[in-house]
Design a protein around this ligand. Structure first.
Ligand code: SAM
Ligand code: SF4
Ligand code: F3S
Length: 445
């Protein structure tokens, strides 16, 4: 049987898809080249915002037609949507043709559940209410041989009032440093050049482990950075509340650690940050941003921003715009606040009207695009090391790669190959993309 996996949401889900593919491949299933060839379609889903959830529901609606023309087809849903409290019965009612429903905490049981679903005419539903022990040794079928995600912690211990993630990923559970190092060494031994360490809050890594085995994040980063043969080490996400100057020192000290810090600030208003329960204020954030930019040459500082959080006034929003102007983020992921059932902020009475959120988001995006463009233009004429990732989706005659600071670079022609590290001169810049100069080829942004 062939399988087809579709992934929504964040890097955690990207990596979970690799685990799902690994489990299915180990059971003898193979990936389908086309969805119509698949005997099993699995959606790994996200519910961080309403839009993410709606995307999955409309996709499930489309898949119904495939099921009608191929009744033997199995359709499964996994990830964060089914993990929400009482989500499974609601999913079953709304999409009775679902054959398999599982959550985030029992993904490692996918093989057994697929076997059950294959054998049974009834749908198979298994969602654990809480995580069990951190499972090691799960198979993975990675998408790339030269870039890899490595999970360092699962779940999150924070209580950001807007966020559903702790509800669907459980409390923070760190993997042992030895397990993480062994995984990285194995990857590098098999030709991996770039590793990204993953956790919802990498800076609180290790706090839940046996104190005798204490290894907090800067220590872990240092140990991984020393793995011989590793060319690029990235990590995400850093929470400003737990981000230490020691982390910035390790970033500055080790050439392997890429000069990119993703440090979500969410808002430029202290009043809103308190209501969000983020545990830091704007002054602390600016201090961290300044120290990081001073210590790490060429650092790209990126962030996440939410507009229209309950009670956000025009003055609060203007503070966010001021912060963007002052800090000059290299890039930002910007979101319209989306109330999530079960979170504290969804119960706040002072919800901001949708049209106001929309116009604020527009204003913020315009400003950030101008700032990002300015920051990118500074790189025109410089030499940048690029890891080539493969042909551009828009134009397969061009290659796409990433600088050490994480910016996307377009390279003309097909002289370079995926997995190659090359040095290019930047010829021109747009807000989100750099263009490399190719000898004899005029730049074409
Ligand atoms: N753990 C990370 C952190 O603390 O920054 C990120 C978690 S979340 C997957 C990624 C981003 O989604 C958050 O930083 C936040 O900006 C945004 N987000 C989370 N919940 C949201 C909500 N209810 N509405 C809008 N944006 C949200
Ligand atoms: Fe959500 Fe906050 Fe945890 Fe990030 S730190 S996953 S925003 S609760
Ligand atoms: Fe990620 Fe979405 Fe789940 S952002 S942790 S996939 S709710």
């Amino acid at each position: 049987m062939k399988y087809w996996i579709e992934t929504y949401g964040c890097q955690m889900n990207d990596h979970d898809s690799e685990v799902a593919a690994g489990i299915l491949s180990e059971r003898g299933l193979s990936p389908a080249g086309d969805i119509r060839e698949a005997g099993l379609i699995l959606l790994i889903t996200c519910c961080v915002r309403e839009k993410a959830e709606d995307k999955v529901y409309s996709r499930l609606g489309e898949l119904r037609r495939l099921k009608q023309s191929n009744p033997g087809l199995l359709i499964g849903i996994a990830g964060c949507i089914p993990q929400r409290k009482a989500a499974a019965p609601a999913l079953q009612r709304r999409f009775p043709y679902l054959d398999l429903i599982l959550g985030t905490h029992n993904l490692q049981d996918l093989g057994r559940l697929v076997d059950q679903a294959t054998a049974s005419p009834e749908s198979v539903v298994e969602v654990w209410p809480a995580p069990r022990e951190v499972s090691e040794g799960v198979p993975r079928l990675r998408r790339s041989t030269f870039q890899a995600w490595v999970t360092i912690s699962h779940g999150c211990n924070n209580v950001c009032s807007f966020c559903i993630v702790p509800h669907v990923r459980g409390p923070e559970r760190s993997r042992l440093p030895e397990q993480i190092l062994a995984e990285v060494e194995d990857l590098v031994g098999n030709g991996c050049l770039e590793v990204t360490l993953l956790g919802q809050n990498v800076n609180s890594y290790g706090r839940d482990l046996d104190p005798a085995k204490e290894s907090l994040f800067p220590d872990l980063l240092r140990r991984v950075a020393r793995v011989s043969g590793l060319r690029r080490l990235r990590f995400m996400t850093s929470h400003p509340k737990d981000c230490s100057l020691e982390l910035i020192r390790v970033m500055a000290e080790y050439q392997t650690v890429c000069p990119h810090l993703h440090l979500p600030v969410q808002s430029g208003s202290d009043r809103i940050l308190r209501k969000m329960r983020r545990g830091y204020d704007v002054a602390r954030y600016r201090h961290l941003a300044d120290r990081a930019r001073e210590a790490v040459p060429g650092l790209a500082l990126t962030t996440d921003l939410i507009v229209g959080f309950p009670g956000e006034t025009e003055d609060d929003f203007q503070r966010t715009l001021s912060l963007v102007r002052e800090v000059e983020f290299d890039a930002a992921f910007t979101f319209r606040y989306s109330p999530r059932e079960g979170t504290a902020a969804a119960r706040y009475a002072d919800q901001v009207p949708e049209d106001q959120k929309a116009s604020r988001l527009l204003g913020l995006n315009e400003l950030q695009a101008a700032v990002s463009h300015r920051r990118n233009e500074r790189l025109v004429g410089t030499l940048q090391e690029v890891l080539v990732e493969g042909p551009s989706q828009k134009d397969p005659a061009r290659q796409v790669g990433r600088t050490r600071c994480g910016r996307t670079v377009i390279l003309e022609g097909s002289a370079t190959r995926a997995g190659e590290i090359t040095v290019v001169e930047i010829a021109s810049a747009r807000a989100w993309t750099l263009y490399a100069r190719t000898p004899g080829t005029p730049p074409s942004p």
